[in-house]
Design a protein around this ligand. Structure first.
Ligand SMILES: NC(=O)c1ccc[n+]([C@@H]2O[C@H](COP(=O)([O-])OP(=O)(O)OC[C@H]3O[C@@H](n4cnc5c(N)ncnc54)[C@H](O)[C@@H]3O)[C@@H](O)[C@H]2O)c1
Length: 362
C-alpha cells in the first residue's frame, strides 16, 4: 500500500492507495477513534459490487451501518437529492461525530461530500473513490458541490475529507469508457506538473489499460501526489490550483454543447489537445511535444478530433464558464510537457482555427 499526505495544516489528511484495502476500512476507522454509527452514501451499481461487502466488514468491526443509496447519474448531484439525504440522515439519528463514507465515483464523492459539509454544519467525511477519475482527482482537495440551474458545481464548498481510501482493485469492474475518462485526468496531471510521469505513462500505458495492479497503483499514486502537492499550495483555488483546469475551458464547453452526451474525460482530452495546439500556433509548445501528447491521448482511447458540434456554440459556452475573469476567457496552455501557464490572450478565432484544423494534422 502507498500513502500520500495532503498537507493542509490542521485539516491535512492521508490518501491510502492499494489493492484490496476496502477490507481495512473498519479497522482504520476504529483506529481513528470512531465507533458505533456510520453512514455509507453510494449508488446501486457500486453498492452491489462493493457496498455489501464493505457493510459486512464494518459490522464485523462493531459499527452500526446505514446505507443510503442514490440513483446513478450526474443528475443526482442536486439540491433535491441532498435534501432527501439530510432527511434520511436525520431519520437515522446521525450526529456530529457520525462519519459519512462516500463510496463511488466523482458524482457520489461530490454529492456525499456536499451533504457531509453541510449537515449539522459538517460531519466527518471519508472518500472511498471507485472510479479512476475519482481516485486521481475528484476525491482529493475538498471541492464538494451539487449542480444548480443547469450549471455544474454551482453550489458547493471546500470541505476536506479526513481520509481517502483508493482501492485500485475496484477499477477492475469499471467500464472501459470510464477508465478512459480517468486516464484523461491522469494525462492532465502529468502535463501540468511532471514530465517524468508523462514519460512513465508513455512507457506503461498499455499495462495500465490492461489493469496491471502494480502499474495502476503507481499511476494512482503519482497522480494523487501531484494533486495533493498542488492543493497543499493553493487549497482555495486562488492561484496555482487553476492549472488543474488544463483542458477544461474548451472541454466544459464541448460537454455542455453536446448536452453531456460526451464523457467528461473525453471532452477534457479534446480540450487539452486544443490548448496544446493553441500554444503550438503561438510558437510556444514544440511540434514534437504536441505529437507526443496527441499520441498518448489516442493510445488512452480518447478522442483527438473535435466532435461535430457548432463551433459558435462552443465559443459561446466558453464565455459562461466559471474560469472567466473580468469578462476574458482564461486558458491553461502548456509551455512544454510538465509545465503550463495561464493566459487570457487567446482570441476566439484562434480557438476556432485549432478546433477546425485538428482534422488536417498528421
Ligand atoms: N470535486 C472535484 O474536484 C472534481 C474533479 C473532477 C470531477 N468531479 C466530478 O466528478 C464527476 C464525475 O465522476 P466520475 O467520472 O467518477 O463519474 P461517476 O461518478 O458518474 O461514475 C461513472 C460511472 O461508473 C460507475 N462506477 C463507479 N465505480 C464503479 C466501479 N468500480 N465499477 C463499475 N462501475 C463503477 C458509476 O456508477 C457511474 O455509472 C462529475 O460530477 C464531476 O463534476 C469533481
Amino acid at each position: 500500500m502507498k500513502r500520500v499526505k495532503v498537507r493542509l495544516g490542521k485539516s491535512g489528511y492521508e490518501i491510502r492507495i492499494g489493492s484490496g484495502i476496502l477490507a481495512e476500512v473498519g479497522r482504520w476507522l476504529t483506529e481513528g477513534g470512531f465507533s458505533d454509527k456510520l453512514v455509507i452514501i453510494t449508488n446501486p451499481i457500486v453498492n452491489r459490487l462493493y457496498g455489501k461487502s464493505l457493510e459486512q466488514n464494518l459490522i464485523r468491526e462493531g459499527f452500526r451501518v446505514t446505507i443510503l443509496p442514490v440513483p446513478d447519474g450526474e443528475d443526482q448531484k442536486s439540491l433535491e437529492t441532498a435534501g432527501r439525504l439530510y432527511h434520511e440522515l436525520s431519520n437515522c439519528y446521525a450526529e456530529r461525530a457520525t462519519p459519512v463514507l462516500a463510496l463511488g465515483g466523482g458524482v457520489i464523492g461530490d454529492l456525499a461530500g456536499f451533504v457531509a459539509a453541510t449537515y449539522l454544519r459538517g460531519v466527518p467525511l471519508v472518500q472511498i473513490p471507485t472510479t479512476l477519475l475519482a481516485q486521481v482527482d475528484s476525491s482529493i482537495g475538498g471541492k464538494v458541490a451539487v449542480n444548480h440551474d443547469q450549471l455544474k458545481n454551482k453550489i458547493g464548498a471546500f470541505y476536506q475529507p479526513m481520509l481517502v481510501i483508493s482501492d485500485i482493485s475496484t477499477l477492475r469492474t469499471l467500464p472501459p469508457k470510464e477508465l478512459a475518462n480517468g486516464l484523461a485526468e491522469v494525462i492532465k496531471s502529468a502535463v501540468v506538473w511532471d514530465k517524468e510521469f508523462f514519460a512513465y505513462l508513455e512507457m506503461n500505458l498499455d499495462r495500465i489499460k490492461s489493469l496491471d495492479a502494480r502499474e495502476l497503483e503507481q499511476t494512482v499514486f503519482r497522480s494523487a501526489k501531484i494533486k495533493a502537492e498542488i492543493v497543499a499550495k493553493d487549497e482555495r483555488d486562488l492561484g496555482l490550483r487553476n492549472i488543474l483546469n488544463y483542458g477544461h475551458t474548451i472541454g466544459h464547453a464541448i460537454e455542455s454543447v453536446a448536452d453531456f452526451s460526451i464523457g467528461h474525460g473525453e471532452a477534457v482530452a479534446i480540450g487539452m489537445l486544443a490548448a496544446a495546439r493553441i500554444s503550438n500556433r503561438l510558437g510556444i509548445l514544440g511540434q514534437n511535444e504536441l505529437s507526443r501528447l496527441r499520441n498518448l491521448i489516442q493510445r488512452a482511447s480518447l478522442a483527438t478530433e473535435t466532435p461535430a458540434l457548432e463551433l459558435g456554440k462552443i465559443i459561446q459556452a466558453m464565455r459562461h464558464d466559471k474560469k472567466i475573469l473580468g469578462g476574458r476567457i482564461r486558458f491553461v496552455l502548456p509551455k512544454a510537457i510538465g509545465e503550463v501557464f495561464i493566459t487570457d490572450k487567446v482570441s476566439p478565432s484562434l480557438v476556432e482555427q485549432v478546433l477546425v484544423s485538428c482534422h488536417e494534422e498528421t
